[in-house]
Structure formats: C-alpha cells, structure tokens
Design a protein around this ligand. Structure first.
Ligand code: SF4
Length: 449
C-alpha cells in the first residue's frame, strides 16, 4: 500500500518493450501505483519483484474472509480513517452468540432469528452474518454437539470459542473447509491454537492487549497463519473505542503491519440491557470493528444496526443504482400501464414498493442516468425529452405492451410536450404523480382506461 510509481519502477525490468500496453515501464509503474493496471501484464517481472510488490501493495489492514458460498464475507482491508476521506470498504460482520449453557429452546429461538430475520433496504439485505458458538458450559461434548447443530442449521460462517483446546480442535475439525474462525489464541496457548487453525484452514482470533498483540501477531504469521483477528480484551465502551481507534491509526498512519488486522468486539459481554448492547454495537460499527458479537438477532436490534452498517459502509462517492431495464411488477401483461423513471436506487425501490402495494400490474421502465434522482437528472440534462424518447423506443417496452402510453414522473411535467414531440404521434405521454405515495390511487384510477 502506498508505493509510489518511482518505487514500483525500481522493481520493474525497465525494458520499455511496450508489451504491457504502456509505452514505458515508468508509465506502467504509474498506473500500478494508481491501481489502474495489473502487474501480470508485464511478462518480465521476476518472482522476487512480484513477491516484494505483492507484500508492499498489500492493504494496511489484512482482509480476512469468513465462510464460504453465498454467505461468505470479508472484513478488514480498510484504507482510511474517515469515511469522508474516501470510503470504508468491508462492512463488519454482525455475529450472534450461541452458548452451550443455553437451553435447547433458547438456542432454537436464536437460530430462527439468526437465519430468518432480515430487512431489505434499497436492494441490500440487512441480516446477521456469523454464528459465534461458545463453550460456556465447560463440557466438550456439549460444545461439539452445539457446533454440529449450528453447522447443520445455517450456511453462514461460524466462529468457535473455547478455552478447552481439545474441544476447540474437535469443533474446528467439524468445520474444516468452511473458513471458520477459531477463538482464541492467547500468549499461553499460541502454538496449539495456531496449529488448530492451520490444520483446519480457519482464521484465528488473538486475544491479547495491544502491547502484547504486536509481538504475537508476528509470531502467528511466522507459524503460517495470516488470517488474524484481534480481540484486545476491551469490555467497556471507552476501552473498545480507544483500542479500535488506536489499531486503525497504527495500521494506517504508522504503517504498523503487526497491528494491521480487523478487530472483534463483544457488546454482548458488556451489558445485559439490550438497548445498551445495541448502542455499543452501533459504536463499534462506527469505529472500526470487524466482527461485532451480539446476544440475539432480534428484529429491534438488527434493524438499527443493519441500517447504521449500510449507511456508514455505502460509498459516498458512488450513487446507489439499479440496472437499466424493464421491471415487471404484479405480473403485468400487454395491457398494463408503463411508468418510466430513473435508476437512482432509492427512487426505484420507493416506486417499486408503492406500485407493488397498489396490486396494479405495471411495467416499470428504468433509465440509466448515473444514479441520479428524477429532478437532479433533469437539471443535469440526463432525464430530458431527447434522452428519454430514444431510450423508450429502444427499451423493448413496445414488444411487451400493445398500447403506447408512458407515464412520466410529475416532477418533470414540464418536459411532457417536448417528449411527446420526440416520441411522435404513436405515443401518448401521461403526466404521473409528484409524490410516490400518490401512485397507487393514480394507477387504480387509470385502470381499464
Ligand atoms: S512489459 Fe514490462 S518491461 Fe515491457 S514496458 Fe511494460 S513494464 Fe516495462
């Protein structure tokens, strides 16, 4: 991370042969420094230089992959201290704690919440991501039975937690190949837990103070495990905040590789009050945690945390968009009404939701205006008559309906005349509502016309 073009140039072959597609090695090096080229394009880079560049260009905070398949997620790889500097990259995993001291009924209820509770917001699913299975009873048999039960009940990633190394090894073996997390290595058991993680292809949580973690992470990496997550033993809001900020600053500003790892925090161990737990988890989302362990994925906890996570980890420089295209809502047919609007995700999801609620079969034709809302796109000259008309004609909506009526948002009523001209006599432009909330009544009023 942070190598300049000149530093990269020193590692290139300097043949200026142009085979990478750039006129000189310097031009290629400058592109590499900006992340606009791939090293593989130069066929002459030595293995040593490749290794050195890979190491030097690694993110200051290591990315750790949790789980496999559709539920896999990555934490870490953050590049900035503040979201307004650029963007945060990988949102933290919300983990739910399952203790083998809990009753079967309690575990079943929590598993149901863990798997089933989710909320859709602008195309994103807000949900819990990781099951943390803890050997709270001290009984190895109970622990492995719970690991097995959770493994069979979910496809989401799993973290196993035990002080009993035999139990930990058995649990890890049950999850081999699933990119599970092993909790935890300490100064006292380091070699054994590293071996468990290595044998079972797991990432590993190191539980140690920041001062000790610096030396211990180097030891763990030396032993062959690179996917490390840090638990600094902070169990208060102040300590959690301070440690997370210290680690992020050390990794980004002091380039301290030994602290360049995502962190895990435990709001579930800091309070028994669910409201305080939610506030602590929200603080952890805002300030740099990689995994946040809560006691249950209840809707009233998951919704605010999910929205906070979504808001903070949405790239402020990239508008949220949906793909341009024709979206059928409520099983439309050739007689159904046609609404055209922009591909700003919020616009799409609001309009789609109210149309769906109206139960009126409708074709929603979404135009790519680089993710702008209707009025912004209009004022930017992107959602205007001479852009909308060719889009409608080419969109394919003519093949789906036998009528030629298109409803435009009420906010751009002023373009209706010009759009009518651009579309020609075959089409009829209808001015829709200004507010999405009025769409159902509007559509119902037009049904059968
Ligand atoms: S292919 Fe490699 S050696 Fe040739 S110009 Fe590009 S960077 Fe230089």
């Amino acid at each position: 991370m942070g190598l300049t073009g000149i530093q990269i140039l020193k590692l290139l072959p300097k043949k200026n042969c142009k085979e990478c597609g750039d006129p000189t090695c310097l031009a290629f090096a400058m592109k590499l420094a900006q992340g606009k080229a791939e090293l593989a394009k130069c066929p002459y880079v030595s293995e040593e230089a490749k290794a050195e560049l890979a190491e030097a260009s690694a993110p200051p905070i290591r990315g750790v992959v949790l789980g496999t398949g559709d539920n896999q997620l990555k934490i870490g790889e953050e590049l900035v201290l503040f979201r307004h500097d650029k963007t945060f990259v990988n949102a933290p995993a919300i983990a739910v704690l399952f203790k083998d001291s809990e009753t079967d009924a309690a575990i079943d209820a929590k598993l149901k919440n863990f798997n089933d509770i989710s909320f859709e917001r602008v195309g994103y699913l807000l949900k819990a991501h990781l099951a943390a299975v803890k050997n709270d009873s001290g009984d190895a048999g109970k622990f492995t039975a719970l690991v097995e039960k959770v493994k069979n009940a979910t496809k989401k990633p799993i973290m196993i937690m035990s002080d009993n190394l035999d139990a930990l090894a058995k649990g890890a073996a049950l999850l081999k190949g699933l990119k599970a997390v092993v909790y935890c290595a300490t100064e006292a058991n380091l070699d054994k837990v590293v071996a468990i993680a290595k044998d079972n292809e797991c990432s590993l949580v190191l539980k140690a103070s920041i001062e000790k973690a610096e030396a211990l992470t180097a030891k763990i990496v030396g032993a062959g495990v690179k996917d490390i997550i840090l638990d600094t033993e902070a169990r208060s809001a102040k300590a959690m905040f301070q440690d997370n900020v210290f680690i992020r600053r050390a990794a980004l500003k002091q380039k301290n590789r030994n602290l360049g790892y995502p962190t895990i925090v435990f709001p579930c161990e800091m309070t028994t009050d669910p409201i305080k737990e939610t506030v602590l988890a929200a603080l952890a989302i805002a300030k740099y945690a990689g995994i946040i362990v809560i006691s249950d994925a209840k809707p009233e906890i998951l919704l605010p945390l999910g929205i906070q996570r979504l808001n903070i980890y949405t790239d402020p420089q990239r508008p949220m968009v949906v793909e341009q295209g024709i979206y059928p809502i409520n099983n439309p047919d050739e007689n159904s009404q046609v609404i055209v609007t922009t591909n700003f995700a919020l616009t799409y999801f609001i309009v789609a939701a109210v149309v769906e609620a109206s139960r009126v079969p409708t074709w929603l034709v979404i135009m790519d205006v680089e993710g702008m809302s209707v009025l912004t796109a209009w004022s930017a000259g992107k959602f205007v008559a001479d852009a909308i008309a060719p889009f409608i004609k080419k969109s394919g909506i003519s093949d789906k309906v036998k009528h030629r009526e298109v409803i435009i948002p009420g906010y751009v009523a002023q373009i209706s005349g010009e759009l009518q001209e651009e579309l020609g006599d075959e089409w009829q432009v209808v001015i829709g509502t200004r507010e999405a909330a009025d769409i159902p009544a509007f559509l119902k009023g037009r049904q059968g016309k």
